[in-house]
Design a protein around this ligand. Sequence first.
Ligand code: 3LM
Length: 391
Amino acid sequence: MTHLRTRAVHAGQHPDPASGAIAMPITQSTAFAYGSLERGAAIFAGEAEGYRYGRYGNPTVAALEAKMADLEGAEAAVAFASGTAATAATVLALLQPGDELVFLGPLYGGTEGLLRSLGERWGLRVTDATATGLAAALSPATRMVWVEPLTNPSLQMHDLAAVAATAHAHGAITVADNTFCTPCLTRPLAHGIDLVVHSMTKYLGGHGDATGGLVAGRAAHIAQIRKTGLGHIGASLAAQEAFLFLRGIKTLPLRMGAHCEGAQAVAEFLASHPAVRTVHYPGLPSHPQHALALRQMEGGFGGMVTLELARGERSAAAGVLNALKLFAQAVSLGDVDSLACHPASTTHSFVSPEARAAAGVGEGMIRLSVGIEHPDDLIADLDQALASLAA
Ligand code: 3LM
């Protein structure tokens, strides 16, 4: 299986040996019989493979983990109840009080909020290297570097190979939150990154009906993150949710193609509209890192488009957002349905006004998650909403 489209369907799954079922069965069981005291003891000691209790693992969840490890090119993966749980487990498993985490932002507001409130309370130093650049921010205490290859919400790009080389020269682990790109468009491990984090809630699920997260990377790291995140924190993904992600991922490459096509058309339309000051989309030649996008992204530039209105105040953004008919006004992203949000008052309301300003998240910014509807209908909706601004 060499092609991603084939692996998205088949990796991690095979017909159920008991029934022949092709869809992965939902194994709805809390405990798993291990048969003998000796085998139970060996499983609990980590000396034998096997399921024991739902918090530690489940066959439906394991199939999802295997599928995602395959798609990301990783040795192993572990699933969580949300992307935020995956982030928290990675940080808490691999860092100690006194360690420094350096991030290249801007980041999803919830991630930055988590790092600052939880991380700093537990004795981590958290440093934002966005303005200074990574090399200048690294110190002897730096143990982890966190990056979003395509940032939320401003859609800036980070050069993953350069980040990995700089961080590794200082002995730091690198983590890339690949939620916006998915393995269809970017595989961070192939660029030298150590761990990939996902909010599966977004493109991987794809239908806006399941919440989950995942970390993929080397087996030794994943074993540590699994122990902390599942064994100690208990942020385990439920089997029913794992089933929805397994089903969603089968069509991920097809959906990403439609998201990319629609987003490119929407971005080109917005770039020529007089009410729009700036369009952030890595597929536009005007994007400052278009050359990096061509090098680092494969098969398209993603389904997210962020715009800044010529009138930069909140009331202008409200005028446009409140007039949209086809785009639902909601946070989250990556659904087949198109969504639109005002990052300053929602996804990035968790970070300080200063950090928002530094990240370029202004009151006139609108973030679009372009769904798989026909691009002409999406453009018509945006056109009438922008026209209401001029009226
Ligand atoms: C959002 N983002 O609308 P969960 N990493 C990235 C993300 O964008 C997110 C997470 C992790 C949004 C959610 S905002 C109230 C809604 C790049 C989530 C966290 O824990 O599965 O939500 O993932 O930008």
